[in-house]
Design a binder for this molecule. Structure first.
Ligand code: PXG
Ligand code: PLP
Length: 453
């Protein structure tokens, strides 16, 4: 091997030249803009990222809503290193390895009743497609194979597989592929209502009736054709849309009445973001299936998991015991490194009380985020758990431009990583954040906003 031609992947200051920039087709990125103004992160620790030049940025977004335990935590790093040197890969198709089972037992115990099984994936998108396929398989196994329709929601994000893209409701993610969506999908209206709910703290008061739209869709399609409804308990990607009081309860009542499965997409809300292990526990509504990823191992190794309530797995355990029951899975389902990282992460969460920390900080966080109410161009502020959103008025004819400028100023001038979506700054710091760091994040954001006209 020619060492000179081989890039030193562990060096933080490895130069990224034009050819390298050109070669990486970046996901969900304005590639040409980025490559004209690269924003590189070389190293991370705790609440911070470091650029290759050594600038220290506070992380207001837990990476991408995933680094819940904080960056490069030693117990997780050590567990991954040990796993890599012990069992690099093991198939889980007709085989297994201990960590996969050990983690499943831990996760099912964390969920508690009525959840009894987990199925592993490598991402949130795969978790969504898995949950949708489980819903179809469940109905079919029970003699209701005509239940094939899926109901998603406007402004929902369920990842980018064909299933999740179809149930999702973000037009930018859909329009290019609109001719090839899953055929039998309909959508509930979203719950964002600035006229009635602007500057709500926690769950907004108005909008539970938007769940009644499900009755209208059921009347249109007939319940016997509908397999599942999938929604995020709190919509993350479209800018922290907190469910109105009573809304999720209503969805639960209607789905239960009509034999429709309710799937929560907890890829962001799972693992402590709302102050309980899972969002459904905080919001008091129990789905039939729910998806997770990201925080499962604090974003360290790609992994997701679908949780199934009792009865769903059992419904599929039919036919000869030597026959496979569910024709689905990924080469890397339960990858040993991902499992090792998740086991260490779950232990760290428990040792440090991180899954409840968002509850303890919720009031402080709410006050801090809402203190930006008078900042420049702000038209709404929302919060729940350790999630927050600051919505800015859009510039005429240039939606998204104002918040994107805030993202750039944050990175280049004020040493803060800001995640923006449309004209919304979405905040979700690692769960280890201190009160002083909350103040720092909000102070930096105020400074950034003051500079964006
Ligand atoms: N469902 C939900 C609710 C998500 O938030 C996915 C599915 C897909 O997960 P994967 O692992 O396939 O990306 C997500 C992911 C953002 C942002 O800042 C949000 C996500 C991913 C990237 C960026 O809006 N959410
Ligand atoms: N495409 C081909 C040709 C494959 O052989 C496989 C897996 O064996 C896949 C796609 C799916 O890959 P994964 O299991 O990593 O999702």
């Amino acid at each position: 091997m020619n060492d000179i031609a081989r890039p030193n992947q562990f060096s933080a200051d490895v130069a990224v030249g034009q050819a390298a920039l050109d070669a990486f087709w970046m996901p969900f990125t304005a590639n040409r803009q980025y490559k004209s103004q690269p924003r590189l992160l070389a190293r991370a620790e705790g609440m911070h990222y470091y650029t290759p030049e050594g600038r220290k940025l506070i992380d207001s977004a837990a990476g991408l809503w995933c680094v819940n335990a904080g960056h490069c935590r030693k117990p997780i790093v050590d567990a991954i290193a040990q796993a890599a040197g012990t069992l690099d890969f093991a198939p889980t198709f007709q085989m297994g390895h201990p960590l996969a089972f050990q983690l499943a037992e831990t996760l099912v115990a964390l969920a508690g009743k009525p959840f009894t099984q987990v199925f592993y994936t490598n991402s949130g998108s795969e978790a969504v497609d898995t949950a949708l396929k489980m819903a179809l398989a469940y109905h079919r196994a029970r003699g209701e194979g005509q239940r094939t329709r899926l109901i998603g929601r406007e402004r929902g994000y369920n990842g980018v597989g064909f299933g999740g893209m179809s149930t999702g409701g973000i037009v930018g993610n859909r329009k290019t592929f609109s001719g090839q969506m899953l055929p039998a999908v309909d959508h509930l209206p979203h719950t964002h209502d600035l006229a009635k709910n602007a500057f709500s703290r926690g769950q907004p008061a108005h909008g539970a009736d938007r769940a009644d739209e499900l009755e209208r869709l059921i009347a249109l399609h007939d319940a016997s054709t509908i397999a599942a409804v999938i929604v995020e308990p709190v919509a993350g990607s479209t800018g922290v849309l907190v469910p109105p009081v009573g809304y999720l309860q209503r969805l639960r009542e209607i789905t239960a009445k009509h034999g429709i499965l309710l799937i929560f997409d907890e890829v962001i809300t799972g693992f402590g973001r709302l102050g309980k292990p899972f969002g459904w526990q905080k919001l008091g509504v129990t789905p039939d299936l729910y998806t997770t990823a990201k925080g499962i191992n604090s974003g360290t190794v790609p992994m997701g998991a679908v949780f199934a309530r009792e009865g769903i797995y059992d419904a599929l355990m039919q036919g000869p015991p030597t026959a496979m029951e569910f024709f689905h899975g990924y080469t890397y389902s339960a990858h040993p490194l991902a499992c090792a990282a998740a086991i260490a992460t779950q232990k760290l969460y428990a040792d440090e009380g991180l899954l409840e920390r968002a509850s303890e900080l919720e009031g402080y966080w709410a006050d801090a985020v809402h203190s930006l109410r008078d900042a420049r161009n702000v038209i709404d502020i929302r919060n729940i758990g350790l999630m927050g959103a600051v919505e800015l008025a859009s510039r005429d004819g240039a939606p998204g431009a104002r918040a994107f400028e805030a993202h750039l100023k944050g990175f280049f001038e004020d040493d803060i990583l800001l995640r923006v979506t449309g004209d919304i700054v979405a905040l979700s710091p690692p769960l280890i954040v201190s009160k002083a760091q909350i103040d720092e994040i909000i102070g930096k954001l105020r400074t950034v906003l003051s500079k964006v006209d």
